[in-house]
Design a protein around this ligand. Structure first.
Ligand code: SDX
Length: 393
């Protein structure tokens, strides 16, 4: 234990908070959820087992998991009045715009009865959010495609339920394939939490003022949408289609290296990982399996992504700066193979990260020493000066 958890004082001096949820070692490419290596959880656990682990700190036993799954089913329907709100969006509103708006509006349904100082109220809010975000996400997709909302099915497992809400219609039921459910389960686990990233820090900062959890998670969704953060998975597909063919890779790598060019290699680089993102390694493997099983093994975008990685990692610009593929580099290729449209990729990230966001919110709110966050700045504006009447300016 000592060799993993010996923090250097410098690190502790800059740490924004103490947390027992997720541990990252960016140099070694280590990611632990409550001490469990992501590689083990990704291939052995269900997403709800991992959600329970992140929320409560321990893997559930059978009775606890059953109760958690039942709570998810019980809370998965959204208030029927939200259909009116959803219907008010333009048909082609980006699903992330719908998600941030509708999740924030959940405050209106629970705000008056919610006492965030009551641990049971906090837990009920957390369960409602984990259960309802997939329902809202699928409803956003249905709004985009002009189909009626599909209600959750309590008998289906979490990932299968989401796929059913996405692709079933009143005219034709939809039975999610096992490979799709397994792939989604793994992707949700890999995206569930990642320590104090931009969106999780946003949730913590919003929550530190005592704001209600629905508004805090809406703030996290807004932050995740940025292309430098969760929006990168959608941007990677745009980039691969823009590159088009492996013969164009050198030209685009030159653009990525050019300081005067705004083009960046999307899905590459990370604030913390200065080695291969362990999640990207797992997703690349799953890509092979999913495309194989979906008889799409010669997927041109995947082939291009593999060659792009190979060429970039032999280029000193990327090697010197320790820029490796991150969690967003390959995930969109799997989502696309599962029939998820590109504008839903970051929504998928938000569904999974809701578990991490509410876990950090719960951890922070349970801390009796929790105080309002108040980042400071280095002031670089004008020194003191006196007001001048406009005739003298
Ligand atoms: C996520 O924080 C988290 O944990 C986030 C996340 C999570 O799970 O929550 O892991 C999810 O957000 C992953 C990141 C997804 N974003 C992208 O893939 C967008 C492309 N990546 C870059 O925008 C960038 O790498 C960032 C935003 C991820 C990190 O930016 P930094 O911290 O500024 O990068 P850095 O300090 O490592 O940069 C060092 C050098 C700089 O050049 P120099 O000034 O040294 O000449 O590398 C350059 C950067 O300009 N660089 C890139 C690059 N990323 C960094 N150059 C080209 N392409 C890139 N992608």
């Amino acid at each position: 234990e000592a060799e993993i958890f010996t923090y250097d004082p410098g690190f502790m001096a800059t740490a924004s908070c103490h947390s027992a949820i997720t541990y990252i070692d960016g140099e070694a490419g280590v990611l632990l959820y409550r001490g469990y290596p992501i590689e083990q959880l990704a291939t052995k656990a269900s997403f709800l087992e991992v959600a329970y682990l992140l929320l409560y700190g321990e893997l559930p036993d059978e009775r606890q998991l059953l109760a958690f799954e039942e709570a998810m089913a019980r809370h998965s329907m959204i208030n029927e009045n939200l259909k009116g709100f959803l219907g008010g969006f333009h048909y082609d509103a980006h699903p992330m715009a719908i998600l941030v708006g509708v999740v924030g509006s959940l405050s209106a349904f629970y705000h008056d009865s919610l006492d965030i100082n009551d641990p049971q109220h906090r837990e009920a809010s957390a369960l409602r959010l984990i259960a309802q975000v997939p329902t809202i996400a699928a409803a956003a997709y249905k709004h985009n495609v002009g189909e009626p909302i599909v209600y959750p099915r309590n008998a289906l497992r979490y990932c299968a339920n989401f796929l059913h809400m996405m692709f079933a219609t009143p005219c034709a039921d939809y039975k999610p394939g096992l490979i799709a459910e397994k792939a989604l389960n793994l992707l949700f686990i890999l995206h569930a939490d990642h320590e104090q990233n931009a969106s999780t820090s946003t949730v913590r900062l919003a929550g530190s003022s005592g704001a209600n959890p629905f508004a805090c998670i809406a703030a996290g969704i807004a932050s995740l949408w940025g292309p430098a953060h969760g929006g990168a998975n959608e941007a990677v597909l745009d980039m691969l289609e823009q590159i088009g063919d492996v013969s164009n890779v050198p030209k685009y790598l030159d653009k990525a290296k050019d300081k005067d060019d705004s083009f960046r290699l999307m899905g590459f680089g990370h604030r913390v990982y200065k080695h291969y993102d362990p999640r990207a390694k797992i997703i690349r493997e799953v890509c092979h399996q999913v495309l194989e099983e979906l008889a799409d093994s010669n997927n041109p975008l995947f082939e291009l992504a593999l060659r792009l990685e190979e060429i970039a990692l032999s280029d000193e610009y990327f090697v010197e700066r320790k820029l490796y593929p991150n969690v967003d580099f390959y995930s969109g290729i799997i989502y696309r193979a599962l029939g998820i449209p590109r504008n839903m990729f970051t929504v998928m990230f938000a569904i999974a990260r809701t578990v991490g966001w509410v876990s950090h919110w719960m951890e922070m709110m349970a801390d009796p020493n929790n105080r309002i966050g108040r980042p400071r700045q280095i002031y670089c504006g004008p020194t003191h000066r006196d007001y001048l009447p406009i005739s003298q300016r």
